[in-house]
Design a protein around this ligand. Structure first.
Ligand SMILES: C[S@@+](CC[C@H](N)C(=O)[O-])C[C@H]1O[C@@H](n2cnc3c(N)ncnc32)[C@H](O)[C@@H]1O
Length: 254
């Protein structure tokens, strides 16, 4: 099993995001958009945790939050994100994802101009890029305790370690940054012990639907708000998994 010192941001982008918007990615992006829209108001402070070298979750969230911070453990990932944030409208890396997101929001045939506008908007909304370790009790320091009213995290905490206890602790650490009443949207690999990035295999925490449900309850989310779904993706067996967990929840009000 590889560790994250062997991670290559470009390998990850090439493996999962360089060709098409894969069906499982379509499903989780649609889920993210639907949950954010259903809240019916803009979030004040959003965080995308464990962004890797990706922008599509921030592009999706930028319409629904006044500001977004992004965090990841690896500087190589954050510098890939920074390159895109500083790039101009011609950068093609995330355009097909932006196009898909706009379609999900109801634009029947999004134009190039609409895609460019949304990406330009995202570049304004994203503020901080932070190095962070989810294993830290306060992953972004004491000043970010109960700070965010929206946290989005895709395939990060379940990929930190193959030890499920580590995942549980990381989840509590992440939830500590959510305000009372705030919304968490999280995606994880379903029952995966290792996933592929380039030629290397990285750890998976082997999670079930019940694991996700329980950890959200333990972390102070209200039972009524917790939604956990399994999205089958049999074609991804070559990458080490054949299903995805997607979940959302609200932390109990104070
Ligand atoms: C599978 S990638 C997910 C990237 C992106 N969110 C996505 O949806 O494609 C896993 C990410 O977890 C990050 N990561 C691994 N260990 C971490 C840790 N201890 N703390 C924070 N992030 C970590 C890696 O750097 C990597 O970007």
């Amino acid at each position: 099993m590889a560790d994250y010192s062997e991670w290559r941001a470009r390998d990850y982008f090439q493996t999962y995001y360089s060709e098409v918007v894969l069906p499982d990615e379509q499903a989780v992006l649609a889920y993210q958009v639907d949950v954010m829209r259903a809240r019916g108001q803009r979030f004040g402070r959003g965080l995308e945790y464990g962004c890797g070298p990706t922008l599509h979750r921030a592009i999706a969230a930028s319409q629904y939050a006044f500001r977004i911070d992004m965090a990841d453990w690896l500087a190589d990932n954050l510098s890939a994100s920074r390159d895109w944030l500083l790039a101009d409208i011609d950068n093609p890396d995330w355009k097909q994802f932006t196009h898909y997101i706009l379609g999900r929001e109801g634009h029947a045939e999004p134009t190039n101009q609409q895609v460019e506008q949304r990406e330009a908007h995202t570049r304004k909304v994203v503020r901080g890029l932070y190095i962070s370790d989810a294993r830290w009790r306060q992953p972004l320091g004491p000043e970010r305790d109960a700070f965010y009213d929206l946290i989005v995290s895709g395939f990060c905490l379940d990929a930190v370690s193959d030890d499920q206890l580590v995942w549980r602790q990381c989840m509590q650490n992440l939830l500590s940054m959510l305000q009372p009443g705030g919304t968490l949207i999280i995606h994880a690999l379903h029952q995966c012990r290792a996933y592929k990035c380039g030629e290397r295999m990285f750890p998976g925490a082997n999670l079930s639907k019940d694991d996700m449900q329980d950890v959200l309850l333990d972390g102070g989310c209200t039972r009524a708000s917790i939604d956990v779904q399994v999205i089958p993706c049999p074609d991804n067996q070559i990458y080490g998994y054949n299903g995805i967990l997607t979940a959302s929840a609200q932390k109990a009000p104070r």
